[in-house]
Design a protein around this ligand. Sequence first.
Ligand SMILES: [Zn+2]
Length: 148
Amino acid sequence: MTPEQLANSYLAALWDGILPVNPIKFANAIGLQVIPEESLQGCNRSGEYREGVIAFNPGHHSNRTRFTVAHELGHHALQHGPSARETHSFGYSWKEQQANEFAASLIMPREAITQLLSEGVTNLNDMARSFGVSPRAMEIRLERLGYL
Ligand SMILES: [Zn+2]
């Protein structure tokens, strides 16, 4: 199963259809605790993988936190294990790419993008606002789907 297919199975089982998608609900639904971690504020890390826990940096913008939580949820859902955390410092490892693809697919569902486009929403910033993501994250997702 690809990360997008896995994200779609989460959406099918747990999403209420409301935008923006709240990844914390998904994490809680599979028994993960999502907690703000003050100690992350001093470094520029946005999140952390621990057994049963997703810790996020409470100093970051809600858009970034949404992506971070979805990314960490991806590591759990894809069963990357504790080593997922170590790979963060290396940037584009395979596990990082997989977690990013899961996150993008979860919080910018393909069907919701198709729906917005059919309603005539084509402005990148408007679309990013609907999904609660940065314009850059939106752009990458649209590229991946072949819309840009
Ligand atoms: Zn990661």
